[in-house]
Ligand binder design. Structure first.
Ligand code: SF4
Length: 383
């Protein structure tokens, strides 16, 4: 029985697949993905963008492969990056085979669109030969004509039927290493489709609200849509689609997961909106602090609160807490308890030092714990 049952999320039991060395589904952590927006044939630029995404914490990155030149480029990109890559293929089955041969860890392709059964067999064989998984990607904006005619418009039932029809094509080839997405730009439609799909199969689900909008509007829309699903225990991997730098997609993805306690990466900052009672400039401090702490991947919580009205209470559950005090006497908390006061020193510099020290301590503790958990050397029997 949990101490705080109101925070519990019971994840849907999905089967587990592999995207390279990253597990998706089952009890694996919910992964965060993004997609490059460079031309894949610009190998240098694409590698640089993938590395920036890795730095931000991306678990998986998707690269569009519309041409033979781009699958050739993929072969040169794969060895230069750490994260597994998903090759985005729309229709051409040859691109899928080339991408599998080039080292893609996963193919995003809708098998129902490949064409003849022979072609499907070839793609599945290439995936099996090269250890590729697949993602079936249903999109409300590009549903099959027969479904639109029958259902009249994109609706959850049509999207689920499309997904299961594509899935059946792979199942008929005895291929089960795939995940499914069922995206729509309409939050209601996407959420309803994912909920129905979650009931209808046990494949891992890749969540996304497609064409969600710019950084602010897309973040809000994705947080509502993905937040609802994740809270209901649905979703094994996600991509936040923003008309913005892909690195922002990763940051937002992690922030959604952090808000629900589903994944912890980096510093979770709790801060007040500030008001006339603030004893230092909260907004500017938090803005600079978040920038300065963005390199920290250790999961930890830091509170930055303008005054004693809410400061001590918020600091209780944090690793490092900071509360503005009268006459420039601010209070620093470590592990939820008052530790020392700060008067004249720069607040951001001081907090960065405290957080870095705490992060190092947490890392050391986690390393010691994992060492203790790993199997001990078998005892030597002498004599
Ligand atoms: S914690 Fe203090 S400074 Fe911050 S919003 Fe509340 S009253 Fe204002």
């Amino acid at each position: 029985m949990s101490v705080r049952p109101f925070r519990e999320i019971h994840r849907r039991q999905s089967r587990q697949i592999s995207v390279g060395d990253v597990k998706v589904g089952g009890d694996a952590p919910i992964t965060v993905q993004s997609m490059t927006n460079t031309d894949a044939t610009d190998v240098e630029g694409t590698v640089a963008q993938i590395r920036a995404l890795e730095e931000a914490g991306a678990d998986i990155v998707r690269v569009s492969c519309p041409t033979k030149e781009s699958t050739d480029a993929l072969r040169r990109i794969v060895p230069q990056v750490r994260v597994p890559l998903v090759a985005d293929i729309h229709f051409h089955y040859k691109r899928a085979i080339e991408a599998a041969q080039a080292g893609a860890a996963c193919l995003r392709i809708n098998p129902g669109n490949i064409g003849s059964r022979e072609r499907v067999k070839e793609v599945v064989q290439a995936a099996k030969d090269h250890g590729c998984s697949m993602r079936i990607g249903v999109n409300a904006g590009s549903l099959e004509r027969n479904l639109l005619e029958r259902f009249g418009e994109p609706c959850p039932e049509a999207m689920v039927e499309s997904a299961l029809t594509h899935a059946k094509v792979l199942e008929d080839e005895d291929f089960h290493e795939f995940k499914i997405s069922c995206k729509a730009s309409d939050v209601f439609l996407a959420v309803a489709a994912y909920m129905q799909l979650a009931e209808a199969c046990d494949y891992p689900l890749h969540l996304g609200i497609t064409e969600a909008g710019g950084l602010r509007t897309g973040t809000v829309k994705s947080s509502i849509g993905l937040g609802n699903l994740l809270w209901a225990g649905i979703g094994d991997t996600l991509r936040v689609s923003l008309s913005a730098d892909p690195v922002e997609e990763i940051k937002v993805g992690f922030d959604i997961l952090k808000s629900l306690g589903l994944r912890h990466r980096g510093v979770n900052v709790i801060s007040c909106p500030s008001c006339a009672r603030q004893q230092f400039d909260v907004i500017e401090t938090v803005k600079v602090l978040e920038e300065r702490l963005s390199h920290i991947s250790t999961p930890m919580t830091v509170s930055v609160i303008g005054c004693v009205v809410n400061g001590p209470g918020e600091a209780l559950m944090t690793d490092v807490g900071f509360t503005g005090g009268g006459r420039g006497t601010h209070q620093v908390y470590i592990n939820g308890v008052p530790n020392h006061r700060l008067k004249d020193e720069d607040i951001v510099d001081h907090l960065v030092r405290q957080v870095e020290a705490k992060a190092a301590e947490i890392e050391a503790r986690m390393a010691a714990e994992s060492e203790a958990e790993s199997p001990a050397e078998p005892a030597r029997v002498s004599g």
